[in-house]
Design a protein. Structure first.
Length: 261
């Protein structure tokens, strides 16, 4: 019998998954197989942060922390002064959420950091992923599990025959929309295949082209979440490696149950 534990989290990038694996191992968990399914969140997070390896929306966490410090009365005492600081903080925050303020701020702040280029974003994402794979390999050697790395298909980077609904998702106005994220999605697979061939070809599955000749409804939104009909195809892409890893884990115990993958 096989026990499966799903530790996936919405919006996570591979770096967060590696940290979660470390925490699970430190807590005493001993998996036989660990499967990473990535490819959608990593490019987006790289474009958003202008560098790879940072979780999505990290700037929001920084802003929330700083606001919490400003509103924490224990940091600067009580009384009228602290109340005025709190009101001022909340007032500025409310003002920043208005469209008028956002438009004015965009004109006044011409020193906005430059966007990362498509090539730089693709290269940085691939490099960070490959380095994370090396970390997982080291953990696998010490804790005796088999890692499997799957790079999933995306709507913007797909070469499948799009359904009418997918076509509408990709081109909401019936016209091609300039999409830097889509360009990064398309630039990554070839570079990632080359990088993983040097790092861990045995345990890597590039599933970006599994729907190339398919007319199935695959994507249900622009983010790239999958329709139910497409899930078996994605699983089939890495099933041979997963099946082999599970059977290899069962053999040493002569039929005993393996740990949770």
């Amino acid at each position: 019998r096989i026990e499966v534990t799903n530790l996936g989290e919405q919006g996570w990038v591979n770096s967060q998954e590696v940290i979660e694996l470390m925490l699970q191992l430190r807590a005493g968990q001993r998996p036989d197989v660990v499967v990473f399914v990535d490819g959608i969140n990593e490019p987006f997070a790289t474009l958003q942060a202008r560098r790879a390896g940072i979780p999505q929306n990290e700037q929001k966490r920084i802003d929330e922390f700083n606001m919490g410090r400003r509103l924490d009365r224990t940091l600067f005492g009580h009384g009228l002064k602290s109340d005025l600081k709190a009101f001022a903080t909340l007032g500025v925050s409310a003002l920043q959420h208005t469209a008028t303020f956002a438009a004015l701020a965009s004109k006044l702040h011409a020193d906005t950091p430059a966007e990362i280029s498509v090539d730089s974003a693709a290269n940085a994402t691939v490099h960070m992923y490959a380095e994370n794979v090396k970390l997982v390999q080291a953990l696998a050697a010490s804790y005796h599990f088999t890692p499997i790395f799957v790079w999933q298909p995306t709507l913007q980077g797909s070469d499948k025959k799009l359904t009418a609904f997918e076509e509408k998702l990709l081109r909401p106005n019936g016209q091609e929309v300039k999409d830097r994220l889509g360009d990064v999605y398309k630039a990554i697979p070839a570079r990632l295949d080359s990088a993983m061939a040097m790092v861990d070809k045995e345990h890597f599955v590039d599933a970006t082209h599994v729907f190339k000749d398919s007319a199935l409804p695959v994507f249900m939104d622009r983010v790239g979440h999958n329709a139910e009909e497409s899930i078996p195809v994605i699983v089939d892409s890495f099933w041979p490696k997963l099946s082999a890893a599970v059977h290899a884990a069962i053999k040493p115990s002569q039929g005993g149950a393996p740990h949770a993958p």
